[in-house]
Design a protein around this ligand. Structure first.
Ligand SMILES: *[C@@H]1O[C@H](CO)[C@@H](O)[C@H](O)[C@H]1NC(C)=O
Ligand SMILES: *[C@@H]1O[C@H](CO)[C@@H](O)[C@H](O)[C@H]1NC(C)=O
Ligand SMILES: *[C@@H]1O[C@H](CO)[C@@H](O)[C@H](O)[C@H]1NC(C)=O
Ligand SMILES: *[C@@H]1O[C@H](CO)[C@@H](O)[C@H](O)[C@H]1NC(C)=O
Ligand SMILES: *[C@@H]1O[C@H](CO)[C@@H](O)[C@H](O)[C@H]1NC(C)=O
Length: 477
């Protein structure tokens, strides 16, 4: 409320507003509270449960609570170390992805008989940060969500080699609806496309054996099966998944993985009769506190608290047909449009598993220069890992940071949330870095990472080949 005695400050702020808007850009308020951020990361809220079981159904959509997977790893003792390790893994994931993409191309050119490295994603699973809980064969199973891979799998009994998970292992013998997938079935043949490896026939019984390797030494192997899947209260009979009997890797205590990629075996394709090939998520920003949601099906009436959706075309990429690609046409920083020749070339990959957005060197250097120009006057700090633009903000409670807006074909926009701009390398804010990075080569594949998708409703419509963005403060209500 403005009291009549306080007209002077009001006039002053009005003057300030006029001054800001007559500049060459209209500065929007984009305040990051460093105080809250530190508090969240230090808070010790006991051992959170590794599951995300809330769900509801509304207007033809199934809405599942989605959480950060740190819920599965128990209380975090050393945040600095955790945040730094996550960046290093992210670098490995992207390097591995780039080399796989280039291998595919060279394989095509030289027409080699078989690629050595299977083309799968979810390469470095430590970076796949979000989990949901579904019911499979009558048991609650908490799985990591990945838009960059197709096969859904869980660790399965009897297990030859399983990593530690929080929930009991899936046991086929206790599920009356469990069935092995036959080796001569079309589902087994779809494996080649979904995982890069064709299924092999087990002997006696003739199971459909699969292997997915993730490039960093992580893998899952087992046999394909069908069982009843409940997504919240929505049942799906005969859902095809991998019963993983030989698994290794950094799956962080989760029971397996949910593949939301584009091929026939992905959950999106298998449930397209129920949900029309549409899903969306809102990735919460604070790692250890908030919930987001994964919404399957429905229409825009179910996106509460979100701005209208702006959509862009999914760009086909024959070499990487399992992935989702968009046509990035521009980026603006604090309202200033960057100039770079590589905009509009098509082909930026949107991924739930990569953390930090990677841009071609020409675009990244323009972005960095404009950001630093607008965010001047703050003490700088050394770079860390892939992040080269860092500040020491430990003397500040709040900072106003330049906005970052990514533009896509058809005038769609991703306005990066204030929580998706700075990566906190040190929790005392003495090393806070711009959370975007440069690719090594101009022709490497650009990627929109999950950090920049925070507090955004990202809607994938695989039938219409459209992807939409809207601003939303993630929560499960
Ligand atoms: C969304 O779907 C519901 C139920 O199917 C329907 O009643 C409603 O009119 C739809 N809303 C829009 C905006 O299409
Ligand atoms: C799975 O979790 C939900 C929510 O907590 C619960 O209602 C349901 O009974 C659980 N299902 C099984 C099979 O344990
Ligand atoms: C697969 O093999 C089984 C027996 O070996 C046979 O009964 C079935 O018809 C075959 N299915 C297909 C799709 O060929
Ligand atoms: C990307 O969009 C721009 C602007 O609409 C268009 O000129 C360009 O041809 C598109 N690029 C691709 C690869 O589709
Ligand atoms: C960061 O800034 C604070 C005060 O603004 C200063 O005390 C501290 O030494 C700086 N830390 C580093 C690592 O430079």
């Amino acid at each position: 409320m403005v009291e009549s005695t306080s007209l002077l400050p009001l006039m002053l702020s009005l003057l300030l507003l006029i001054e800001l808007s007559v500049g060459n850009f209209v500065e929007k308020k984009n305040v990051l509270s460093l105080h809250t951020l530190q508090w969240n990361q230090h808070s010790d809220n006991g051992i959170p449960s590794c599951s995300s079981q809330k769900s509801r159904r509304e207007n033809g959509a199934t809405i599942l609570e989605m959480k950060h997977r740190d819920y599965c790893s128990g209380p975090i003792k050393n945040w600095n170390e955790k945040l730094q390790k996550r960046l290093i893994s992210d670098d490995l994931r992207v390097r591995s992805l780039q080399s796989q993409i280039k291998n595919t191309f060279s394989t095509q050119i030289q027409d080699l008989p078989q690629t050595q490295i299977p083309l799968t994603s979810g390469i470095k699973l430590q970076t796949l940060n979000y989990i949901v809980t579904v019911e499979l064969g009558g048991r609650n199973m908490t799985v990591i969500v990945d838009t960059g891979s197709d096969l859904t799998w869980v660790q399965c009994q009897p297990c030859k080699s399983c990593y530690n998970q929080q929930e009991p292992l899936f046991n086929p013998s206790t599920s009356p609806s469990y069935q092995s997938v036959q080796c001569n079935s079309s589902s087994c043949q779809s494996l080649q496309f979904a995982t890069g490896n064709s299924g092999h026939c087990g002997t006696n019984p003739p199971t459909c054996d699969y292997v997915v390797s993730y490039g960093d030494g992580s893998y899952t192997g087992g046999d394909l099966a069908r069982d009843r899947l409940n997504l919240g209260t929505t049942p799906m009979d005969n859902f095809v998944f991998g019963c993983g009997r030989n698994n290794r890797g950094l799956f962080g205590g989760a029971s397996g993985l949910m593949g939301l990629g584009r091929s026939d075996l992905s959950l999106v394709s298998q449930t397209s009769g129920l949900f029309g090939g549409v899903f969306s998520y809102c990735l919460p920003s604070t790692d250890d506190q908030a919930s987001g949601s994964l919404i399957l099906g429905g229409n825009s009436s179910v996106y509460k608290n979100s701005t209208p959706i702006s959509s862009t075309r999914m760009v086909p990429n024959p070499q990487l047909s399992n992935f989702y690609f968009l046509n990035l046409t521009g980026i603006s920083i604090g309202g200033v449009a960057l100039k770079a020749p590589s905009f509009g070339n098509g082909g930026i990959l949107i991924d739930s598993g990569t953390v930090i957005t990677r841009l071609p060197p020409s675009i990244y250097s323009a972005l960095k220069a404009e950001f630093v120009k607008q965010f001047s006057g703050f003490p700088t700090a050394p770079g860390f890992s892939i992040l080269d633009t860092c500040f020491n903000l430990s003397g500040f409670q709040e900072v106003n940071i330049p906005t970052i807006v990514m533009q896509f074909e058809g005038n769609a926009e991703l306005s990066v949330d204030v929580m998706g701009i700075f990566y906190i390398v040190k929790t005392d804010a003495s090393q806070v870095c711009l959370a975007l990075a440069s690719l090594v080569y101009e022709d490497d594949t650009a990627i929109i990472g999950n950090f920049q998708q925070r507090n955004t409703r990202v809607v994938y419509d695989t039938k219409e080949s459209k992807l939409g963005f809207a601003k939303e403060t993630c929560s499960f209500i």
